[in-house]
Design a binder for this molecule. Structure first.
Ligand code: ARG
Length: 474
């Protein structure tokens, strides 16, 4: 007969298809450590307020700790989403009839310590339990994501420092625009990652509120000590509304949103790495260890890693959309739709961590073609703006000087010349204001190093920012 924990009011067994369809254990099993952590705190609290005895609590706690060990021995280490094949090599069974990890652990507790195990779920619902578990789990994952962001920032700094004097074209519209230091370009990504880090930090604040005690939806008739549990589990405070506690998945959405922005940054960076490693650019070369070959074209060396990061960005966005859509029409409070939060969330966590992990060594091992980058600044009139600014210094209004330089560029294009090799006579043909020092003013070196303004690309400015960054990262 039916052995479900909720079987009391049922006279028929659950249809096998329903059992499979309803089950989340094959993906929510990764919550097991946090589920046990939450249950231990709950049991201790029940004893503290006298709902169960200290002895009963001790029995429950040691039972739960033993179950944690059992699960550890039958889950494959580092297996992110164990599938059905992981359904139990050890004593702990992952089977769909137990529906989810919460009920599977409770069932195992009953097997191990007998009927006293049945006291654990007093004053608790799976609705507040699962909300607690995800919060506990996500807190740890955020810290890990943040650690990986820092690692990547460190790699950026180290590559920037190794290539301090490397000058490259800066682009707008993917057209050569003005020369910049390569290190300055890299540090732009440092700033993006810094904001990403802060977004996760901000998300953490709203995760770090404790929902247990909300019960199924209306709160609990027992005089529970919610502050005790919050403190025990390191939460800032208990939640303030029981309905909201069990129906809120904002924190999952926020995590997926912060992850989407982070992936957008990694994807833009990937795009640049892909472009830069093309023969058309030839600015960098990824190490063989971070590239792949073609099954047909023997000469190929492909940037699969950044391409995959760019590709995976789509699925992280998709997960965010999926969560938003799942939640958009749910009446309060809990609805089973919300079980669909997990795969989107877990997949986002795994994807983001994988991408961050691979990015650092990929950057650190890539070869930077300094000369190619510098050569690229010589074609495309990248210092035309500097020539215009030169005239401004001689008292010519910018709009006018812009026009004059435009004419000079057109002249160069027509006669296959570059600014660098125009004679003073030719310059003067366009404006009497030009003197010998125009040659220096339009050099790539002068162009970058006059941009000493805060946030600019000048060598000294970038070096100063690097110093600040090293202090920030300590
Ligand atoms: N497995 C469920 C989930 O992930 C746990 C909560 C179930 N609650 C319920 N009332 N059926 O959402």
């Amino acid at each position: 007969m039916n052995k479900k924990p909720w079987a009391g009011r049922f006279t028929q067994e659950t249809n096998k298809l329903v059992e499979e369809f309803n089950a989340s254990i094959f993906f929510d099993n990764r919550l097991y450590r946090h589920d046990i952590m939450g249950s231990i705190a709950h049991a201790m609290m029940l004893a503290k307020v006298g709902i169960i005895t200290k002895k009963e609590a001790d029995k429950i706690v040691s039972g739960l700790k033993a179950i944690e060990k059992e699960i550890e021995t039958c889950l494959l280490p580092n297996e992110p989403i164990p599938d059905r094949s992981a359904s139990g090599t050890g004593k702990f069974k992952f089977t769909p009839d137990l529906e989810d990890i919460h009920m599977a652990i409770e069932k195992r507790l009953l097997e191990k310590i007998g009927t006293v195990g049945g006291k654990l779920h007093t004053a608790r619902s799976r609705n507040d339990q699962v909300a607690l578990d995800i919060r506990l789990y996500l807190r740890d994952e955020i810290r890990e994501v943040q650690r990986l962001i820092k690692e990547l920032q460190k790699s950026l700094v180290s590559v920037a420092k190794k290539n301090l004097d490397c000058i490259m074209p800066g682009y707008t519209h993917l057209q050569r625009a003005q020369p910049i230091f390569f290190s300055h370009h890299l540090l732009a990504y440092y700033e993006m990652l810094k904001r990403d880090y802060e977004r996760f930090e901000d998300c953490y604040k709203r995760i770090n509120i404790m929902p247990l005690g909300a019960g199924a939806l209306a709160g609990s008739p027992y005089s529970l000590d919610r502050d005790f549990i919050a403190k025990e589990l390191g939460f800032l405070k208990p939640t303030d509304n029981s309905l909201d506690s069990v129906s809120d998945r904002d924190f999952c959405i926020e995590f997926c949103s912060a992850s989407s922005v982070l992936m957008m940054h990694l994807s833009r960076f990937s795009e640049e790495i892909i472009l830069w490693s093309s023969q058309e650019f030839d600015f960098i070369e990824l190490s063989d260890a971070f590239s792949t070959g073609s099954s047909i074209m023997p000469q190929k060396k492909n940037p699969d890693v950044p391409e995959l990061v760019r590709g995976k960005t789509g699925r992280v966005y998709g997960n965010l959309m999926s969560l938003l859509t799942t939640m958009k029409a749910l009446p309060l409070a809990y609805n089973k739709d919300m079980q669909e939060d997990k795969e989107s969330l877990f997949d986002t966590i795994d994807t983001v961590k994988d991408c961050l992990k691979i990015f650092s060594p990929m950057l650190e091992t890539m070869k930077v073609n300094k000369q190619r980058m510098l050569d690229a600044t010589k074609r495309g009139f990248l210092t035309a703006t500097d020539a215009a600014d030169y005239l401004v210094k001689k008292g010519i209004p910018f709009r006018e000087s812009h026009h004059i330089i435009g004419k000079i560029v057109a002249y160069c294009i027509k006669n296959k010349r570059v600014l660098d090799d125009l004679t003073l006579k030719e310059w003067k043909g366009f404006s009497k204001a030009f003197e010998e020092d125009i040659k220096r003013a339009i050099s790539v070196d002068a162009s970058v190093n006059t941009r000493r303004i805060k946030g600019g690309t000048a060598f000294e400015t970038v070096k100063k920012r690097l110093k600040e960054i090293e202090r920030e990262m300590r």
